[in-house]
Each structure stands twice: as C-alpha cells, then as structure tokens.
Design a protein around this ligand. Structure first.
Ligand code: UT7
Length: 320
C-alpha cells in the first residue's frame, strides 16, 4: 500500500481575545462557572476585516514552510469549514489563488467540528490512489460570526482559528487510517439557524442553536468508538499511542474520552483554556501547538478525533 507522511503543520489564531471577564459583562455567567464546566478561560476573535480564508492562509503558509514545499507542488487543497467567507466560492479556491499555485483541485467540506477529519479522509484517498502527490488539508472557522452573544449556553464556548497539515505520498508509513461517520437524525441538537435555504423560524442573523447536554453525551461515545475503529483498522492498540488530540469541545469531554479509553490525561493535548472550541480548526491547531511546544515529536503516534453538528464524527491515526 502507498504510504502517506505528515510533511508539515501550521496554525494561526487572530490577536483579539474574549475573556471570561468580558463574557461576565455580556451575559448572566461567571468565570467560575465557565472554568468549572468547560475549562475555558479565553478565546481568540477575528477582527472585522478578517474572514476564514485569511486565517486559513496564515496556517497554510506556515504548514507549507514547515514541509519545505512550494505551493505549486500541491495537487489538492481541501478546507474543512462551516464558516466560509461566502456561501461560494469555497475557502479552498481563495487559498489556491492566494498561495499562488497553478490550477489545482480545491474544495471545502462542511462537517462542522469534524470538518478537518473529513478533509483529511478525502486527502487520504487522493494520495493513496496517486490522484495527488501532495495535499494541503486545512481546518478553519470564524465561529464568532455565527454566535449569538446573548446566548450563554453557546457564546462561552467558541473561538476563531485555523490549522493546516501538508500530507505527501511517501515510502514510509505515517497516516495509518482515517474514518468518519454521520447520523443526521440528530441534526437539531446542534445547527445554525438561518443563512441557508431553510428559512429561519426566528430572527434573520444566522446563529448556533445547541442542546449542550445531549451533545456532551453523544460526543464522548462517538470520539471513543471512532478512536477504537482507527486503532483496529491500523492493527495498533492504545499502548502504541503517545498522544490523543481530541476536538477541543470542553475539558470535561476531553477527560471523559481519556477515562473511557483508559489513557492518562497527561497524554491528551489540551489547548482549551487559551483557545476554547475552534470547530474544524481545533484538532490541527491543537496538534500544531503541541508540535511547536515540543510535546508531539517526530516518531510519536497520535490519535485524532472529533465530533460536531450533523451529527458527524471521526478519527484518524498517524505517526508524525
Ligand atoms: O463542537 C461541539 C460543540 N458543542 C459541544 O461540545 C457542547 C457540549 N456540551 C457542553 O460543553 C456543556 O453541555 C455546556 C458547557 C454547554 C453546558 O454545561 P452543562 O454542565 O451541560 O450545563 P447544563 O446545560 O446542564 O446547565 C446547567 C445549569 C443550568 O441551570 P439550571 O437549569 O440548573 O438552573 C443552565 O441554565 O447551568 C446553567 N447555565 C449557565 N450558568 C452560567 C448554562 N450556561 C451557563 C453559563 N453560565 N454560561
């Protein structure tokens, strides 16, 4: 089988910060409640001039530089996002032009918080079949644009950001397996009201609606089972895994996933305190931050997992 290597990673967050103290002045909440129930202290928020493609571009250029690859070598650009600059064209098309590569295959996938893993799974197929030699896979979201900052059940969770992987065909194993799943029967537990072709029943500014408690329980089960699936598909066990990089949804969700898998929390990459939930960006952002701070090193085996609106969920297993 043709192998795939993770040649480089990059990430980007905007400078603006939204702290728990800021939120205390906006809704009926407290730093103590947010920290205890979510582990989040602050999130990054895009400036009015910044859109998702701007965040994605910064992460992508960092990943290409890390891989030592010129943009025109890319045979595929896939962006996982549910907050594109416009309904169309895709963020991937904007990236292709801005990166300065020639015409190439470029499109977005929308699987909400699982978008990066869906994009990775698509890239895996292109690389295994030889349809592309190198692929840029990005997770980027500007969640602040679809948050109702009067809803304390959602506005405390989300932040803006982007993360990117450059994946290349290789003679040595890197990416072992990726799997994604969906069950649309639960769509109304987490969705964006407005902005699409179904007319909103209330208001006209698109915003997230969420049943947090229901999502919490489904999230843990889904990320655990998807992680077990990619381990089985790879012929590996948790003893072979150095780190878990789960979707950064809530510190309590990260703990519950680690407990259910029997993995000590020190082996879970947790960036939620400083960045909150960055939707499709959270897995590649957390991965890149852990590479840059020296936790994840070349040769480490890492299990990625995510869960979000759809419902959609998935996992991937790789040696960095
Ligand atoms: O990317 C995937 C996206 N979504 C998620 O990952 C969400 C997963 N769910 C969660 O993270 C949690 O369910 C939340 C953080 C959203 C909520 O935490 P919870 O422990 O499940 O709280 P809850 O919804 O069961 O609410 C408990 C109480 C309620 O008050 P009563 O009914 O007990 O009086 C809420 O009204 O906490 C109240 N509450 C708040 N209080 C202060 C809800 N939000 C807040 C808030 N500040 N921000």
């Amino acid at each position: 089988m043709q192998h795939i290597t993770l040649a480089g990673t990059g990430s980007f967050v905007p400078e603006g910060k939204l702290t728990n103290a800021d939120l205390e002045a906006m809704v009926d909440t407290s730093d103590e409640w947010i920290m205890t129930r979510t582990g989040i202290s602050e999130r990054r928020i895009a400036s009015p001039e910044q859109a998702t493609s701007d965040l994605a571009y910064e992460a992508a250029t960092a990943a290409l530089a890390d891989a030592g690859l010129a943009a025109d070598a890319l045979g595929l650009i896939v962006v996982g996002t549910s907050t594109p600059d416009h309904i169309f064209p895709s963020v991937a098309c904007k990236l292709q032009a801005r990166l300065g590569c020639g015409p190439t295959t470029a499109f977005d996938v929308n699987a909400a918080c699982t978008g990066f893993l869906s994009a990775l799974q698509v890239a895996e197929q292109f690389l295994r079949t030889g349809a592309a030699e190198h692929a840029l896979v990005v997770g980027a979201d500007t969640m602040s644009r679809i948050i109702d900052y009067r809803d304390r059940g959602t506005c405390i969770l989300f932040g803006d950001g982007a993360g990117a992987f450059v994946l290349s065909r290789s003679d040595t194993p890197g990416l072992f397996a990726s799997r994604t799943y969906s069950d649309g029967a639960h769509y109304d537990k987490l969705y964006v009201c407005g902005g699409g072709s179904r007319a909103p029943s209330e208001g006209h500014v698109p915003h997230i609606k969420m049943n947090g408690r229901a999502i919490f329980q489904l999230a843990v089960r889904a990320m655990v089972s998807a992680t077990e699936d990619v381990l089985k598909a790879s012929g590996l066990t948790l003893a072979d895994v150095d780190y878990l990089v789960p979707h950064q949804a809530n510190k309590r969700i990260l703990s519950a996933v680690a407990d259910a898998l029997g993995v000590p929390f020190e082996r879970v990459i947790n960036t939620i305190r400083e960045y909150g939930n960055n939707s499709a960006a959270s897995v590649p952002l957390a991965f890149d931050l852990a590479v840059k701070d020296g936790r994840i090193q070349r040769g480490d085996t890492v299990a990625l997992s995510a869960f979000g609106g759809g419902l959609a969920w998935g996992a991937a297993l790789l040696t960095y």
